[in-house]
Design a protein. Structure first.
Length: 634
């Protein structure tokens, strides 16, 4: 396998000293339990008792504190909505959009959907108008930034010079359509993207095709699975077009016909689908077109596991997204007997720390539960008394949850990591969530499922040129190789600098420019944080043995030099030159043989047995080992 190594010199700038010491280890949020409180159905004699064990903190850094938060709520989405607006408490849920065309949409998503929910349920009086205005300003900023990635053909891509993406353009249409009720969105931007999708990306049979895959695969949710992509992409685009229909129907004459043509394709394919995710997303698209009836409706309902979720083994985030699509379909069908267990399951999947953990799951669960609040508003029968019995407290903590205050999040904190009991009685439903925050030890070697990552840091040797005014310079080497079955597409290295250090921009520019271009681009986190963050983009991490045997390379030499080279066909040579002697760009590079090029005959194995070649063969073997271990010297 090919191992990619990057080297950067971080240094300490000669600035006035700051006290920026932080606890050792990695800050972790560990979900201890998420339980439904429903004493009438889950309790005994109207009383529900939940025993909560202490969190397993076996990997905690010694002499550091932990904090356990006990959260209570009576509304399925209340905690997420409050978290989305309160940036100080859950800073990562709502962020200032930045980065490439895909990253901006990732940043906009939770803000747009949280404001949408609060507007639809008229709950701004509980959070204050100032917070709404703050959220709207972030949405405006994201919208303005995203326009810089709008191409002349009206489509969108991660970068201006990249092939536009069908999925990303449809997602922009979807989010901008929802945001048009919040801020001023140019209809030409929205409808231009709609027109591009229809005229450029829809086939005669109604299918939408993708020619510019999304780089940030984590943002596309269940569509990432390779199975049934035609159906899931077409359903996704249809849903986006339906969102924009009210705005763009007058500007795009073919919009209605395009949606119906895609609907006919989904209708024809539906009963042959195997993935619960595809059944759910296509089911919602068909429900929007009033085509989810008869045998197709039976297929949709029978795919649900235990009648409350559309589930694929080991795919929690996809399951949240799929079940949210299914809930929206059920609400359109007005099947209110099927709805409650689905809402209950979605509610129990929530974990503390940023919505549901992915762009699509977060967007869809907010949208579905907000629609549920609109369509099923009769929840006045909610009156829960909840007692929290902590051994470290002299008396239990008691909360009462009523419908008119259900959306308020009740929270208790304790510094003790201990087992405790929660007791609930009364009518209605609520949710108990327990989360422990602590600093965990950094593991000596952590390998994810798809990448092998090795990081080495050491003091820079004296000959290394140091940035001006640098007080200390370190040499950071990052080696990664891909462990999957195919080449990895766009990959990202997110590097937190050591306290007080900053990367050498000169090194980064060398890596991102020149003939080889080891990295695609880099970004420095400009936000005011305690640590500098460097993000490196890699266009591809290949799965290969360096080069293919027999692959041709083009070498160019002056005609007068060819005779003196005495190159023989079938022989092996070591060729060493300067990067300035490379012409063109990958993969069409030509190698110039000039005055600074070293060409050495590499003896065959049997020739190395000759005494005159033994020293050369030993040197070449040592050279090979050094190249494999350390790469080309700078």
């Amino acid at each position: 396998m090919l191992t990619s190594c990057l080297s950067v010199c971080p240094f300490i700038p000669d600035f006035p000293s700051l006290n920026i010491a932080q606890p050792e280890g990695i800050r972790m949020n560990k979900t201890v339990v998420v339980r439904t409180l429903n004493p009438e159905n889950l309790g005994q004699n109207g009383v529900q008792r939940e025993e909560v064990e202490a969190a397993d903190l076996s990997d905690q850094v010694p002499d550091t504190e932990s904090e356990t938060r006990i959260l209570l709520q009576g509304n399925p989405v209340a905690q997420m909505v409050e978290d989305a607006i309160d940036a100080e408490r859950l800073e990562h849920l709502i962020v200032t959009p930045s980065g490439c065309g895909e990253q901006i949409m990732i940043g906009m998503t939770p803000t747009v959907i949280a404001v949408h929910y609060l507007d639809q349920t008229e709950q701004w009086n509980k959070f204050g108008p100032d917070k709404r205005q703050e959220a709207l300003e972030l949405i405006k900023k994201g919208y303005t930034q995203e326009l810089s990635y709008r191409q002349p053909n009206k489509a969108f891509a991660a970068f201006p010079d990249r092939t536009p993406s069908t999925w990303l353009t449809a997602y922009v249409v979807k989010v901008f359509s929802l945001a048009s009720n919040l801020i001023a969105i140019d209809s030409e931007v929205l409808c231009g993207a709609v027109k591009w999708l229809i005229l450029e990306k829809q086939k005669p049979d109604g299918v939408f095709q993708e020619d510019g895959p999304v780089i940030h695969q984590e943002m596309i949710g269940g569509f990432k699975n390779a199975e049934e992509k035609d159906v899931s992409l077409t359903a996704f685009v249809v849903i986006a077009l339906q969102e924009a229909k009210e705005i763009c129907e007058g500007q795009v004459n073919s919009l209605g016909g395009s949606i119906n043509k895609a609907g006919d394709f989904l209708e024809a394919q539906y009963e042959n689908l195997r993935r619960p995710y595809t059944v759910a997303i296509a089911g919602y698209a068909l429900a929007q077109l009033d085509k989810l009836h008869g045998s197709r409706l039976n297929k949709f309902l029978n795919t649900a596991t235990e009648k409350n979720r559309w589930e694929e083994p080991g795919q929690r985030l996809y399951n949240v997204e799929a079940t949210s699509y299914a809930l929206l379909a059920l609400l359109l069908l007005k099947d209110f007997d099927f709805v409650p267990p689905v809402v209950r399951w979605l509610n129990e999947q929530r974990y503390y720390g940023g919505g549901y953990g992915s762009t699509q799951a977060t967007f869809m669960v907010f949208q579905a539960l907000a629609q549920y609040q609109q369509d099923v508003p009769d929840h006045d029968d909610l009156n829960l008394d909840v007692s929290i019995n902590l051994p470290s407290r002299s008396a239990p903590v008691v909360h009462r949850i009523l419908w008119d205050s259900a959306s308020l999040l009740r929270s208790e904190e304790t510094k003790e990591n201990e087992a405790f009991t929660v007791t609930a009685k009364g009518k209605g439903q609520g949710t108990l969530s327990v989360v422990t925050m602590y600093h965990a030890k950094v593991k000596g070697r952590a390998t994810c499922k798809k990448f092998d990552l090795r990081v080495n840091i050491r003091p820079a040797p004296e000959p290394v040129k140091k940035p001006q005014d640098a007080k200390s310079t370190m040499y950071l080497e990052i080696c990664t190789r891909y462990l999957g079955d195919n080449d990895a597409t766009m990959s990202i290295l997110d590097i937190s600098m050591m306290t007080g250090f900053a990367p050498d921009i000169g090194d980064l520019n060398l890596l991102s420019s020149g003939t080889d271009r080891y990295i695609s681009k880099y970004e420095l986190n400009k936000a005011f944080t305690n640590k500098n963050t460097l993000i490196i983009y890699l266009d591809k991490v290949r799965l290969a043995l360096g080069v293919q045997v027999g692959q041709e390379r083009k070498f160019i030499s002056h005609i007068k030099c060819r005779a003196s080279l005495k190159l023989q066909e079938g022989k092996h040579y070591l060729t060493w030159g300067l990067s300035s002697d490379l012409w063109g760009r990958k993969p069409n590079i030509s190698y110039i043989i000039g005055k600074d090029t070293w060409v050495e005959l590499w003896p065959e194995a049997d020739e190395c047995q000759d005494q005159e070649n033994q020293k050369l063969c030993q040197d070449l073997a040592s050279f090979t080992e050094n190249m494999i271990a350390f790469g080309c010297p700078n």
